[in-house]
Ligand binder design. Structure first.
Ligand code: ZN
Length: 498
């Protein structure tokens, strides 16, 4: 191996170790740490972040990349080595553009705004949050100004989560989705059913046992995975062999089953990255949307499908005989796939969810462009929400204040949720075309073939290629809303018609 390449790889491995330590400390903070540890933990995370960032943007990394240019030319584009150099160059050039002072100011502002936002949401008091939102937007504009060569400013924000994706591309895909979804939801969103049994009570122990039973079938292996409790579920990892899933349980719903499947999807992706990429910056899922495509794949496409429930419903019924003993499977299936416009994004069903996202995507662009006054945001939110979802917003805590993202300056992230939905079906159609037996296998509680197909075609690639290149390799083309629209129409349309 080229000596300079070995040097680069060593340096990146150390930086990667620091990043992974941050991830485990964060996991510990939200899962294990007693509340009093907060301030010191915050300082520890900041220290690790600063050291990792400084080491990465150092001129020596730049010199190594320069020295390796001709070595890279001689490598196969698909090789781990070429991918590491190429991806690191892109990351390095981007990371160096943001001055440390601005980065620190953004972190500080986000930390300050968080508690103000939480209180404002609780009290439905937008004016108290407004100055913090104004500051977050101002900082984002300064952040955008660090970059050049974009078509529109929002491209810069999107690029942090979906490298290479253009706003215009997202707009085109979402416009198509919106045109199809608004009338579809108006049609099927009014189908009523008696879903009272969905509010339990469901014993927590039984929920936990069932969650594990389901995700063990998906590929959760206790040798490499954990499942713990937290307030806002997420998945973290310290490497491909140490995957931390988190969930939460409530007696009055069965959301935990879907949460476990969702986080397991994220975990399977991280676990499936090729071990040749371990301790390199390529050892991660490639982007937010691709990652979300995998959580949605396991949660929705698999976990809300008829074949899945043909296998698991008797077990769920047996776990909660008092609640579900007399509920036919078809009623249960309809209840977990019910389309009903609601205010809160995180509680939304598979179809209306996307309209919540499209609303935020549109507003974020207008906020960044300055074409709407931030003080008018609640009014604009409420107006447009009713236009898209057909229900009036009762107050700002169920409206414009519901999400944490903007308080932390997290503009550009929302669209990746729906992009993930769209991509999940593109990948599913490809997997199904190559393995037509998959639904029959689900009926038998077997998911190994789907897992293996995803592992070898997607998970193993890690961050070797751009998200666009990755998708191209998996499905043979670019992002396309049509398969997703088709999927929703077929699945949900059938429920409305019958
Ligand atoms: Zn997710």
């Amino acid at each position: 191996m080229h000596e300079r390449f070995a040097e680069l790889k060593n340096r990146l491995a150390e930086i990667h170790d620091l990043r992974r330590a941050q991830e485990v400390l964060f996991w510990d903070q939200t899962v294990m740490m007693p509340p009093g540890g907060g301030p010191v933990r915050g300082a520890q995370l900041t220290t690790l972040d600063r050291i990792a960032h400084q080491q990465f943007i150092s001129p020596e990394i730049g010199r190594l990349l320069d020295d390796l240019a001709s070595y890279e030319d001689g490598l196969d584009y698909d090789s781990d080595e070429a991918s590491l150099i190429r991806t690191t160059r892109r990351d390095w050039e981007k990371a160096r553009r943001v001055p440390a002072e601005l980065a620190a100011e953004m972190v500080g502002a986000a930390a300050e705004a968080h508690d103000v936002w939480a209180k404002a949401r609780e009290e439905s008091d937008f004016p108290s949050f407004l100055p913090h939102l104004e500051r977050a937007v101002e900082l984002k504009r300064r952040y955008v100004a660090c970059f050049e060569g974009y078509d529109e400013p929002y491209d810069v924000l999107l690029d942090d989560f979906e490298p290479g994706m253009k706003t215009a591309e997202v707009r085109a895909v979402f416009d198509e989705l919106k045109t199809e979804l608004v009338p579809l939801i108006a049609e099927i969103g009014s189908v009523e059913g008696d879903d009272a049994f969905m509010s339990g009570p469901f014993e927590i122990d039984a929920q936990h046992e069932l969650s594990l039973r389901v995700i063990e079938r998906f590929g959760y292996d206790p040798q490499f995975f954990r499942l713990d409790l937290t307030v806002h579920p997420f998945a973290a990892s310290s490497g491909t062999q140490d995957i931390r899933l988190t969930t939460r349980y409530k007696e009055d719903d069965l959301t935990s089953l879907f949460t476990a499947m969702h986080e397991c999807g994220h975990g399977l992706y991280e676990h499936g990255v090729s071990q040749t990429l371990e301790r390199t910056p390529l050892c991660h899922g490639v982007s937010s949307a691709l990652h979300e495509s995998q959580s949605r794949m396991w949660e929705n496409i698999v976990g809300r499908s008829r074949p899945f429930w043909n296998h698991f419903y008797p077990q769920v019924q047996a776990a909660f005989p008092n609640v579900l003993g007399d509920v036919e499977q078809e009623r249960f299936y309809r209840a977990i796939n019910r389309v009903k416009p609601s205010y809160v994004r995180v509680d939304a069903d598979e179809a209306t969810y996307n309209l919540h996202i499209i609303l935020r995507f549109e507003l974020e662009q207008e906020i960044l462009a300055g074409t709407i006054a931030l003080a008018d945001l609640p009014e604009i939110w409420n107006e447009r929400f009713e236009e898209y979802l057909g229900i009036p917003v009762p107050d700002d805590s169920l409206g414009v204040l519901q999400d944490v993202h903007w308080s932390g300056g997290g503009f550009g992230y929302f669209p990746t949720y729906s992009l993930g939905n769209i991509i999940s079906v593109q990948i599913w159609e490809k997997a199904l075309a190559e393995n037509p037996e998959l639904p029959a296998q689900f009926e038998r509680g077997e998911f190994g073939e789907l897992h293996e197909w995803l592992r070898s075609n997607l998970y193993s690639l890690g961050r070797k290629f751009t998200p666009q290149e990755t998708l191209e390799r998996v499905v043979g083309g670019p992002i396309d809303a049509k398969p997703y629209v088709r999927y929703l129409k077929e699945k949900l349309g059938a429920l409305a018609a019958a």
